[in-house]
Design a protein around this ligand. Sequence first.
Ligand code: FMN
Length: 209
Amino acid sequence: MADSTNILALEQPILPVLTQRRSLRAYTSQPVSADVLKQLFVAASSAASCFGEQPWRYLVGTRESSPEAYDKILTSMGEFNQVWAKAAPALAVSIAKLHFSHDDNPNAWAKHDVGQATATLAIQATELGLQIHQMAGFSVDKIRTAFNIPAGYEPVAVFTIGYPGDPANLPEGLRDKETAPRVRKPLAEFMFEGAWPGVEDERYDQAPV
Ligand SMILES: Cc1cc2nc3c(=O)[nH]c(=O)nc-3n(C[C@H](O)[C@H](O)[C@H](O)COP(=O)(O)O)c2cc1C
């Protein structure tokens, strides 16, 4: 049987929990308890944020205790995401508050900080034996309308939360993706000590301006 943990192999040793985190698509039907959910979102709140603003907000729907919210989040997704996300026992939406509370100026780092909070949540989830899978493939307008999200707040991503299931239960194309080797760019392609790489450098992958 394929290795369903599919741990990320990297060129340097790092914290095991970081290599164990993954965006999987197969889940068991085990519900995520209210206590575990609280732990995940408290972990999110431990993230750093510009001015300490904590611009993250999360909407959560679970199949067991908040099925209407669950359906609203599920049906906001593109069909290609719904096909596997509907197996997850819990769904969430990350939302950014777009202006600073102390002076109402635009917060250019709001989505950055929401991403940091969700990344932190993902690591806490992995440590507890769960996984989350973030998605851009959803309709911001559908979420805004379904949950009456006011101006000044913007849905950023949706994500599943659940316990790893058997990849054999996935549709064929997705099954292969679940067990395919996970890869990352080598360090030399994204860490530049001292200077930005020149256009003649093979690490240079930006179109010249
Ligand atoms: C902001 C964001 C949007 C994503 N959107 C989707 C999506 O719509 N559908 C999907 O199947 N995966 C989506 N992914 C998952 C990525 O494809 C995945 O993180 C990437 O392939 C690396 O795999 P890993 O997270 O297992 O290491 C998204 C991830 C992020 C962070």
